[in-house]
Write a protein that binds this ligand. Structure first.
Ligand code: DAH
Length: 338
């Protein structure tokens, strides 16, 4: 039987059709219902057990060979047309080309500004534990400062939560690295807020952290001024207002000067001309200690900003919900950077 199969294989190998019809006749002869292959399978039933393995393999190889042979001939009209040369000067119409999301554009811009002065990106999980989101950041259980951020807890295990800020990444990074540390942590955060034009239950933040010997508040101010000038223009002015965060001491909120040129400026700056862009401060010694860094040897600063807020300021977007609706009429307006 092997001999017979080999002979058939040789014939198949030499088959050369002239047209589509030849291929079809060939297909029916070999692969048709009562074709050569099925006859072989019929004969196969009577093959002695000890030969079954070898002969079975040969028949299957022949089947593969037949299928490949048939699909190697393409007499379809489309194929013939393709032998004509395409008009290479023809204009290609590209439909539905997407654009980058404004949050990604600004996130990347911020990362670029800080990487030019030595910061690198460090990321962490969105599902966090209490320690990294709160306790290590000098906000123990029952501390009233926990109410500053309305947090989503996992019902079956309240020590697990959706991170309410990217400050949690500071903790993770300090636990696993020793100074000097210069990181930037972008990411999604969650808060149990009523959704409105100014607040959402999810948004994005970028956290910055710099720990080394002799880092001072002056370093923080200079770094943030550098950042504001790069992002909002060389003539930008910033001011720092004293504030409170449990993980920094002293703490401040930073405003950028927006101006009071028209009525709208009065409205969004509440008549002051200044707009808040971020929170910052000198890392509290308790936080350093919680993360295994000696506060007698090292100091550092941290800052955190909402990316949506920066995009809203830069591009005059007046409703935070637009970022999450994926309406192409909104998104298309940002395709200038493609
Ligand atoms: N984690 C703060 C928030 O979500 C923002 C922040 C403030 C981060 C001050 C910092 C900081 O690192 O120093 O509101």
């Amino acid at each position: 039987m092997i001999k017979k199969i080999n002979e058939i294989a040789a014939t198949v190998k030499g088959f050369l059709p002239k047209n589509k019809n030849d291929v079809e006749v060939f297909r029916i002869k070999y692969l048709g219902k009562s074709g050569v292959l099925n006859q072989l399978f019929e004969e196969f039933k009577n093959v002695p057990v000890e030969e079954k393995k070898e002969i079975g393999r040969s028949i299957n190889n022949l089947k593969e060979q037949l299928k490949n042979k048939i699909s190697s001939f393409d007499f379809s009209e489309k194929k013939n047309q393709n032998t004509n040369f395409e008009d290479l000067t023809k204009k290609v119409k590209v439909n539905n080309l997407g654009s980058r999301h404004p949050l990604s554009i600004i996130e990347e811009e911020i990362i670029e500004v800080f990487s030019s002065i030595g910061f690198s990106v460090a990321e962490g999980p969105e599902i966090e534990d209490d320690w990294h989101n709160f306790s290590a950041l000098n906000t123990p259980e029952e501390h009233p400062a926990r109410d500053m951020q309305d947090t989503f807890f996992i019902q079956s295990d309240p020590s697990i939560l959706l991170r309410s800020h990217t400050s949690s990444v500071q903790v993770r990074h300090m636990e696993n690295n020793s100074p000097p540390i210069r990181i930037l942590s972008p990411g999604r955060v969650y808060r149990n807020e009523a959704i409105s034009s100014r607040a959402h239950c999810l948004f994005h933040q970028i956290e910055g952290l710099y720990i080394d010997k002799d880092v001072s508040f002056a370093d923080l101010k200079k770094t943030l001024l550098f950042f504001a000038k790069k992002l909002f223009g060389e003539n930008s002015k910033i001011r720092l207002r004293p504030s409170f965060f449990p993980f920094t001491e002293p703490s401040a909120e930073v405003d950028v000067y927006w101006g009071l040129k028209n009525e709208n400026d009065y409205r969004i700056t509440k008549g002051t001309g200044w707009l808040e862009i971020l929170g910052c401060g000198m890392v509290d010694p308790n936080v350093l200690e919680n993360c295994g860094i000696d506060p007698k040897k090292y100091t550092g600063f941290a800052f955190g900003m909402g990316i949506e807020r920066i995009v809203m300021l830069k591009y005059k977007v007046d409703d935070i919900r637009l970022f999450f609706e994926n309406d192409v009429r909104f998104l298309k307006q940002f395709n200038f950077s493609l």
